[in-house]
Design a protein around this ligand. Structure first.
Ligand SMILES: *Cc1c(COP(=O)(O)O)cnc(C)c1O
Length: 493
């Protein structure tokens, strides 16, 4: 299986080269030449461990990795860093199935891909005889940064630099990042939002002069953001695994269609569900759930993607995004894999902040439906699900849970609904406690976690205990326009 750029400027990349490279040299995203099929029917995967199912999915995409390499990456990634052997359990609450993706080291779904990406990348460097030190440059809306650092910390041959919006992450998220261990980790707060960080990181990837300076020092950039195909592919695996678990629990019959709702920011998680569908997994509707930054909701409703609007900081900060990078991969499919058309749309986006797709293109994505929940609705949903279904969900999951309810009310569709549950409520305890009607006055972020644990009866995750004692190690801040300078300072170039 080879990879090509959505913008036509790169083709015939092996999977390992695409992973090593991150963003394609022409600024596009790597996509597989075609969608592989599942190697066997989901009902034949019943009883398999998560790691086995992941292997069956990953080998279809990452075909230049040997079986031994892939299995080794998978075993190192999905081990006791996760607090359950199931890795990604499905649980039924009320009339909804939740796919819990927050059992990894940093208690958010980014762990699902970022615990394996460093291993895939180091293996890719070895396979391609690349001796350069790999510098991972990452923009984070809160969860990616910590999960990427946890994955790359002290991995030989790598360094990682994370930029986060100083006023756009939860107190707990910031604490998690600034206490990160590992001599090869660097964390920088910026005075901008996630889009500011992501745009400038992408610019650095595309800067030839900078690449040459790095190369002279034996360094090369790569990406741990979901623009890296090595992050997307491991996410496909959990949708397949979830379907298998639903079969095992007799919630569905072989071949039965399920719907999936995903709380969406950069469009990586829901795109993985779409890829799973292309592989033959029986998924019907893909419900894209947005918060008040509902640029995707508007896109699915009108065909116009328009980022020209105020940016709102919400209680679901990992979805506070106006430029959803991975939508470009869907756009590529929408325009019949026409790289010239894709480039033209991306050009419009860069120059005018918007683009409009044709009716014919919209027909190709009729399986998607956009819904959104504002801040009031999100809090109400946390409250409702706790009161009625006895389940505490975080604000991101609540946005999706509300969208799933709205979709079902509107459509009457009775198919089994799987909602991606993307973070532990402990990570956002202030918002969750307020939604549950508790007062948080005068409490520190960690006291809030304890309070939430008590009120809701949920256990305190290991990840919380870890940051409780950990000293703050990172104190770097910069102006958003000084990001490149900061990178050069850190790397000594
Ligand atoms: C990153 C993140 C999301 C959004 O996922 P995308 O793949 O960027 O669409 C949703 N919820 C949580 C908790 C996240 O960390």
């Amino acid at each position: 299986m080879n990879y090509r750029s959505t913008r036509g400027g790169a083709k015939d990349y092996s999977a390992s080269m695409a992973i090593l490279q991150g963003l394609a040299p022409d600024g596009g995203l790597f996509v597989p030449d075609e969608f592989p099929k599942l190697p066997c029917a989901p009902e034949q995967m019943k009883g398999l461990r998560y790691q086995e199912i992941a292997y069956l999915v990953l080998k279809q995409f990452l075909s230049d990795y040997t079986e031994e390499e892939l299995r080794s990456c998978i075993e190192k990634a999905y081990d006791d860093k996760f607090d359950t052997e199931e890795i990604a359990p499905v649980v039924k609450k009320g009339n909804t199935w939740y796919l819990e993706l927050f059992h990894g080291a940093t208690i958010a779904f980014k762990d699902m891909a970022l615990s394996i990406l460093p291993h895939l990348m180091v293996t890719a460097a070895r396979k391609n005889h690349c001796d350069d030190e790999i510098v991972i440059l990452t923009a984070t809306s809160g969860d990616t940064g910590k999960a990427a650092m946890a994955g790359f910390a002290d991995v030989p041959g790598t360094r990682i630099i994370v930029f986060y919006p100083q006023d756009g992450v939860s107190a707990f998220q910031e604490r998690q990042m600034r206490t990160q261990k590992g001599d090869n980790t660097y964390v920088v707060g910026i005075d901008g939002n996630f889009d500011d960080a992501q745009t400038r990181v992408k610019q650095m990837f595309g800067d030839r002069e900078l690449a040459q300076k790095l190369s002279a020092k034996g360094l090369r950039f790569s990406s741990a953001n979901s623009i890296n195909i090595g992050r997307l592919v491991p996410q496909v695996a959990y949708y397949v695994a979830a379907y298998v678990r639903l079969l095992e629990k007799d919630a569905i019959k072989p071949g039965e269609t399920i719907n999936v709702t995903v709380p969406t920011g950069n469009f990586g998680n829901i795109l993985a569900a779409y890829y799973a569908k292309q592989m033959g997994l029986p998924i019907g509707k893909l419900i894209c759930a947005s918060n008040e930054n509902k640029v995707l909701y508007d896109f699915f409703a009108t065909g116009c993607y328009d980022k020209n609007r105020p940016f709102t900081v919400t209680s679901s900060p990992s979805m506070d995004i106006l430029v959803s990078s991975n939508l470009e991969r869907l756009l590529f499919e929408m325009c019949g894999r026409d790289a010239a058309a894709d480039s033209a749309y991306m050009n419009d986006l860069r120059e005018t902040g918007k683009y409009t797709v044709t009716l014919q293109m919209r027909e190709k994505i009729a399986d998607f439906a956009g819904f959104y929940a504002d801040e009031t609705r999100t809090a109400e949903q946390i409250h409702r699900v706790y009161e009625q279904d006895g389940y505490v969900i975080d604000p991101h999951t609540a946005v999706a849970s509300a969208a799933a309810d709205d979709y079902r009310a509107e459509s009457g569709d009775r198919a089994v609904m799987l909602v991606a549950s993307t973070a532990s409520p402990c990570k956002f305890s202030a918002s969750v406690l307020r939604a549950l009607g508790e007062t948080t006055e005068g409490m520190s972020d960690l006291q809030m976690v304890d309070c939430l644990a008590k009120v809701s009866g949920i256990g305190i995750p290991r990840a919380v205990e870890e940051v409780r004692e950990a000293p703050v190690r990172h104190n770097r801040f910069c102006d958003k326009d000084a990001m490149q300078q900061t990178v050069c300072e850190i790397l000594g170039v």
